[in-house]
Design a protein around this ligand. Structure first.
Ligand code: ADP
Length: 563
């Protein structure tokens, strides 16, 4: 039989031979069904807002998620309608993750640290129909409920007897009264896997907040990928503490990957301070934790002061902003905990890269391995990435050339909800669409990506670029420095020069000159900051990251020395 010449450009329908495998949509309800059937007695432990510890199983989550679905049906919330949460990490929030999305509604997790006006704006933009809130946030709801036009049902996430009296919030019900009497039997509906499942607004530091609208398919693919050994490496033997909030890009997908693997989940509730986190890690024998650097800084400070050690924690994923080398070192050397540096964003569900070594790196010295661990890591299968110059032309992956980082893949946004802010994708010279991340990075020939900076934070001095992350990393390696932020300040000759704004550790002495001297030999001379500004605190944004926009505003009258 003559072999047909393959013509890439033309695939006619007649040429296609379909595989003979079953068609099954990838749906979030399958995750909770699986966890119930195969890991039914697996534990989910939560520190409640009330302060006590709540303990139950994946089967309980499954039953109560079905009660949530029945409650939504009875409240006449339509398929595809948005159900919002304003809540900490806890078991009721987890039930909503599965009950809302599993029944075909869209879970909209709102960041409670946003300004109340912004929260009201977001609920109107999302057209939320139900809003479930932890009692901590009652004052916010009292302040904004009359502005939230689309909400037909307010749900206080508490027991029936704890429902606040004397509030004028309309249609307010306690979570337990709302779901308590509903049947725990529910047939999860089957639908297209591209159906929207959840949404998350980015912080909106420029313009209005914009929402990524995730699908069942993108969420399940991300959940599979996140659990891989070279990604988060999650297994049924793990007890995971997601300190990263469930309102921050679905706690980096951990609730879904935990259901997929049957891992134990431990939720910190509102207790994000070092002492509370440490106690939970020890009492629940947590093996694995995830969060942004600022949270770990509080934990390490508490542990150092109290002379504590971990007995079970063996690894932690740190991302959301650059993890300072000093933190990776302290975790490894002082506490025997492996740090997995991760990079991602709201628009990427969020995982893009994670830093684990390759086989060939195992024979390297500890210090050479450390140079790799500091990078943001290798692309996860499912994420394509490249760096380009200002004209969108590909730059080499040589570990030196740096440019705008572009990504694409099945869990990367194609557009924002309601096309807010216009189309986000850009085309490369081959006409292929990519999402420009707004980060500037290098990629080496082993595929390890390193963020140089956010494009809006990079300092342009005399036509050269200075990475604010590098300058901050050196400062926080100094034993007297707790936090550091590097920003650019206008300069008549060089356009911009870096200064470093620092918070000292309590009861330490350090002068400007001593810190500047500390930079000698650690970076090129022209990259050393022109000045050190000591402050009591650096503003932190809603997702635990340093707010450089606010810092720049605070220092708007600052003048460089020697000008
Ligand atoms: P926002 O901070 O705007 O609310 P995200 O939480 O989605 O939104 O943040 C994504 C951004 O955070 C990335 O584009 C990148 O600039 C930064 N980021 C995330 N992880 C890291 C990391 N490991 N190192 C450096 N920057 C990071």
């Amino acid at each position: 039989m003559p072999i047909k010449k393959h013509d890439r450009a033309k695939i006619s329908e007649g040429d296609i031979v379909l595989g003979l495998m079953q068609q099954q949509s990838l749906l979030i309800s399958h995750l909770i069904e699986f966890a119930h059937r195969h890991h039914g007695d697996g534990e989910v432990v939560s520190r409640r807002v009330e302060g006590d510890i709540h303990r139950y199983t994946w089967s309980d989550v499954s039953h109560r998620a079905k009660q949530v679905a029945n409650a939504l049906d009875d409240s006449h919330v339509a398929f595809g309608a948005r159900v919002a949460t304003l809540a900490w990490n806890g078991y009721r929030h987890l039930e909503l993750y599965f009950g809302v999305s599993g029944s075909g509604r869209v879970l909209h997790t709102i960041n409670p640290r946003l300004h109340p006006e912004q929260i009201a704006w977001i609920t109107n933009h999302a057209e939320d129909q139900v809003l479930c809130f932890d009692m901590t946030f009652l004052p916010i709801i009292e302040a904004i409920h009359s502005k939230c036009k689309s909400i037909i049902q307010w749900v206080a996430m508490c027991d029936a007897d704890k429902l606040p009296s004397g509030t004028n919030i309309p249609n307010l019900v306690s979570y337990e009264a709302w779901i308590g009497k509903k049947s725990a039997s529910y047939q999860w509906p089957n639908f297209d896997e591209n159906t929207a499942s959840s949404m998350c607004y980015s912080s909106g530091t420029t313009g209005n907040p914009k929402a990524a609208l995730y699908s069942h398919r993108s969420t399940l693919l991300h959940a599979y990928a996140a659990a891989l050994p070279d990604v988060m490496g999650i297994s049924a033997r793990d007890a995971i503490l997601p300190v990263v909030p469930m309102f921050h890009v679905n706690a980096w997908g951990i609730p879904y990957s935990a259901a997929l693997t049957g891992a134990k989940l431990v939720f910190p509730g509102a207790g994000m301070d070092g002492k509370s986190i440490y106690e939970l890690i020890e009492s629940e024998r947590v093996t694995y934790a995830a969060g942004v650097p600022t949270v770990w800084q509080m934990l390490l400070t508490h542990m150092k002061a109290a002379g504590l050690k971990f007995s079970t924690l063996n690894r932690t994923v740190i991302g959301g902003s650059a993890c300072p080398p000093a933190m990776i070192q302290t975790f490894r050397e002082d506490y025997g905990v492996e740090v997995l540096h991760a990079w991602g964003m709201t628009e990427m569900s969020p995982l893009g890269t994670l830093c684990t070594l390759k086989n060939k790196h195992l024979k390297l010295s500890e210090s050479d391995q450390m140079k790799i661990r500091l990078k943001q890591g290798r692309a996860i299968f499912g994420v394509d990435m490249k760096i380009v110059d200002d004209a969108g032309i590909d730059l080499p992956h040589d570990g030196k050339s740096f440019g705008d980082l572009w990504v694409k893949g099945p869990w990367v946004v194609a557009d924002y909800f309601k096309s807010e802010g216009g189309p986000p994708l850009l085309k490369d010279s081959d006409g292929v669409s990519w999402f420009p991340t707004g980060d500037v990075a290098t990629i080496d020939n082993d595929g390890y990506m390193q963020i140089t900076d956010r494009s809006k934070d990079v300092i342009k001095s005399g036509g050269e670029w200075i990475s604010s992350i590098d300058i901050e990393n050196i400062a926080v390696a100094h034993p007297s420095i707790l936090m550091a932020a590097c920003i650019g300040v206008q300069h008549p000759k060089w356009d911009e020069r870096p200064i470093v704004v620092v918070v000292k550790k309590p009861e330490t002495q350090l002068t400007r000159e001593e810190l500047l001297a500390f930079y000698a030999g650690k970076t090129a001379k022209w990259q050393i900051p022109d000045d050190v500004v000591f402050v009591d605190s650096i503003p932190i944004g809603a997702t635990g990251k340093m707010l450089k926009t606010k810092l720049r505003e605070q220092l708007k009258d600052y003048v460089l020395p020697n000008l």
